[in-house]
Design a binder for this molecule. Structure first.
Ligand SMILES: [Fe+2]
Length: 421
């Protein structure tokens, strides 16, 4: 079903979805009606997100949660130790545990706020070599924007199934239970875990009524359920920690649902990239796919921004991203190809961090090439980088600090000095 923020309705079995009301006295087939609220009940209409689920057993039917012993690199701990204001970069992680599923193979790299504050965004890297089998995950701390980098995955959510390949992104709303299946081989990618306002499409201002990510290109699954009476583990992330409980059935038993609090997927190639047709590159906010606003107007709790294939035509313009310092903090990943501001050292599956007020920009090699380039129209092709930009400074986890490249600062060493008259 297509559209962003729409009101959807779907049933996997004819007659499962009540007509004209949400909570009939006796739903069809003995299903249980349950509302899942993604916004406060009284949120203004344009902010209000909720769905009604019709399921074989109520979600409330489970035993007490106990601490979960797996996923040792998956945490929300942002730490209190002083953090040097250094730029950091990571190669693709090669020591992530083998034989793990999406949950156990999750490594938290960058953390911002305590999830209990209902603001902030964390960045994780996942590496899975097997499907989640009789295990489902739910995140009470935030929604999860999944950004595959290698290997197609299938998200089997309470609301249906989404296949997500590299080049696509998918979102699982806060609280929605899901498991991740692999098509085979290894699946790797990134997760932006957003504790704040749900991601939405940015305002378009003078761009007008079309452009950037268009609402019609977001795809939400139709209802799909499994009827499995066998032991299932439910792992839940709550207030930064992982907890587990056991069920005697699959909780992916929603037969019908309706509402606007939904998972979706989106193909990044559909992004209508807009840039200069005269001179100077606009701020990178022009590449915003999704935004999670903070309470300060214009200051994002999290922006998801991409650097897709595009034409570069600016006249008398230094075309790659310019040198800058930013009050916002920038985490970047690379899905495939090369990023135009870094000639080397930033590899697909890697990560970089330019925290609050860090000076950064093109490396020497990229600067040299771009400064001397003939300014004919050039198409940047075969690349997809992204950024999770936030107003909250990132704190790398201790795992991340241990694995950072030792010499990233060298990217900006040996710039020739300007020659003054
Ligand atoms: Fe930047």
């Amino acid at each position: 079903m297509t559209g962003f923020g729409g009101q959807f309705e779907t049933e996997a079995v004819a007659g499962a979805l009540p007509k004209g009301r949400n909570s009939p006295q006796r739903p069809s087939y003995g299903l249980y009606a349950e509302q899942l609220s993604g916004s406060a009940f009284t949120a203004p209409r344009h902010e209000n997100r909720r769905s009604w689920l019709y399921r074989m057993r109520p979600t409330a039917d489970h035993r007490p949660f106990e601490p979960f012993g797996g996923a040792r690199l998956f945490s929300a701990a942002s730490g209190e130790a002083p953090l040097a204001p250094n730029r950091l970069r990571w190669d693709p992680l090669n020591d992530l545990p083998d034989g793990t599923d999406f949950v156990d193979g999750m490594a938290t790299m960058l953390a911002t706020r305590d999830p209990a504050e209902l603001i902030g965004v964390n960045v994780h890297i996942y590496r899975a070599t097997r499907s989640m089998d009789r295990r489902v995950f739910a995140n009470a701390d935030g929604e999860m924007l999944v950004i595959p980098q290698e290997g197609e995955i299938e998200l089997f959510t309470e609301m249906g199934r989404l296949r997500v390949a590299p080049g696509w992104i998918a979102l699982v709303p806060r609280g929605v239970r899901f498991r991740v299946m692999l098509g085979g081989g290894v699946a790797r990618g990134y997760v932006a875990e957003n504790f704040g306002s749900p991601f939405r499409l940015p305002e378009l201002g003078p761009i007008g009524s079309n452009g950037l990510a268009n609402a019609r290109d977001f795809e939400t699954p139709v209802a799909s359920y499994e009827d499995r009476d066998e032991p299932f583990e439910l792992v839940q992330k709550s207030l930064g920690h992982l907890w587990t409980t056991h069920l005697d059935h699959s909780p992916l038993d929603v037969v019908a649902w309706h509402g606007n609090y939904v998972p979706w997927r989106y193909e990044l190639a559909r992004f209508n990239t807009i840039g200069t047709v005269s001179f100077d590159h606009p701020d990178p906010s022009i590449f915003t796919v999704l935004t999670s606003p903070s309470e300060t107007p214009g200051r994002a709790n999290a922006d998801f921004v991409i650097f897709p294939p595009r034409w570069m035509v600016g006249e008398d313009t230094f075309r790659p991203p310019w040198f800058h310092r930013n009050v916002m903090s920038e985490a970047m990943g690379l899905i495939h190809g090369d990023y135009d501001a870094k000639a080397e050292g930033f590899r697909p599956g890697g990560l970089s961090l330019h925290n609050i007020m860090s000076g950064h920009g093109p490396d020497v090699e990229s600067w040299r090439k771009a400064s001397g380039a003939e300014l004919k129209p050039v198409k940047i092709e075969g690349t997809m980088a992204f950024m999770v930009e936030t107003c909250w400074p990132y704190r790398p986890t201790s795992y991340a600090l241990e694995h950072a490249q030792p010499d990233y600062d060298q990217a900006w060493a040996d710039f020739p000095k300007a020659k003054m008259p």
